[in-house]
Design a protein around this ligand. Sequence first.
Ligand SMILES: C[S@@+](CC[C@H](N)C(=O)[O-])C[C@H]1O[C@@H](n2cnc3c(N)ncnc32)[C@H](O)[C@@H]1O
Length: 233
Amino acid sequence: MPRKPISLGWGVKKEGKSIWTRNANKGVSVKGERRKRTGKIEWRRWDPYKSKVAAALLKTKGDPSQILPDPGSVCLYLGASSGTTVSHIHDHVCGAENHHNGQLLAIEISPRMMRDLQTLAEQRKGLIPILTDARDVNGYATMMRSKAQWIHQDLSIADQAQNFISIAEKTLSKGGTGILSLKAASERSIDGEDESRFARAESLLRQSSLDFIERIDIGQYQEQHAVFHVRHL
Ligand SMILES: C[S@@+](CC[C@H](N)C(=O)[O-])C[C@H]1O[C@@H](n2cnc3c(N)ncnc32)[C@H](O)[C@@H]1O
């Protein structure tokens, strides 16, 4: 029997263990994901095995809607890759023709990935790809129309928590939501096994000026990863 959909916000819904976003570019899949229609609305399946944000929505012990940005908000996405997760965030924050007037800055260091992101941005108004090192905040802060209400960092670099804190303190608005997807294998081996790497990141976040909300274990969907949810006080 089909599961009753639960709305997680304007453009995101959950049906059983599936998450769907309202397609801002009707008739087009970004990475071959399934699409389906309910009336005039087309939905795209958001795969938790390919997106840490989708995995966090399924695994949080809190209210999943708190992890998501609001439609029309300014969002900063650090480590956009070719735009799989970015496209779902865009569905919700901007919508078709950016009728929500959102701003989604997608920061990526790889020129190869940037080419895919630019193609995506041509079809999705409000998505702004920027080729730069996410740690160089000056490389993109001037392009933000205001401080961000939501940031997500998914960078395969060492010292992920320290970098996240430093970037969030400069770019996140008061009350804004911060999401850090942390890959244990990217941290230094001196920091021990996966659990002690996650615990160290949590401790750094708790000691920072950010309000720590939850560490979300997404290992079921993405090996050696945890997602941290914070808020800027
Ligand atoms: C795990 S992938 C991100 C996947 C993406 N968030 C998604 O869910 O679709 C990490 C990305 O971060 C990028 N990256 C690594 N170091 C970076 C840096 N210092 N600044 C910006 N991007 C970086 C890599 O090129 C890679 O595309």
